[in-house]
Design a protein around this ligand. Structure first.
Ligand code: HEB
Length: 89
């Protein structure tokens, strides 16, 4: 793919794992295929743009824009999403 998974892992470790490693506060846990399946079905473009812009789910759980790290570029966020999807397959 066009994604840099090594970069994605480092971005994930630094900016995403705080919520997604343990799956706290409604965050889908890395590797939880059942939770991730319907999310992955949305397609990479949607997953990436929601991760860049942030959103609040119907249940009230908040995914902060760029994981709360405004210094991350769009490409870095995309690489982290690709890493998360890859680790969850
Ligand atoms: Fe997150 C969700 C990514 C960080 C919290 N996230 C999510 C998703 C994704 C992501 C892809 C899915 C989406 C859909 O489904 O559509 N993140 C991410 C990344 C990062 C992050 C890449 C780094 C940059 N998060 C984060 C943090 C936190 C979070 C840090 C905490 C604070 N998230 C979250 C939540 C969710 C998410 C809670 C879920 C929401 C719902 O429910 O949906």
């Amino acid at each position: 793919s066009a994604y840099d998974l090594a970069d994605g892992k480092s971005v994930y470790d630094n900016s995403c794992a705080s919520c997604h490693a343990a799956g706290i506060m409604g965050a889908p846990k890395l590797g939880d295929a059942e939770n991730w399946a319907p999310r992955i079905e949305q397609g990479m473009e949607t997953l990436i743009s929601k991760s860049i812009e942030g959103y609040t789910s119907e249940k009230g759980y908040m995914m902060p824009a760029r994981g709360g790290n405004p210094d991350l570029t769009d490409d870095q966020v995309a690489n982290a999403v690709a890493y998360m999807v890859e680790e969850t397959k």
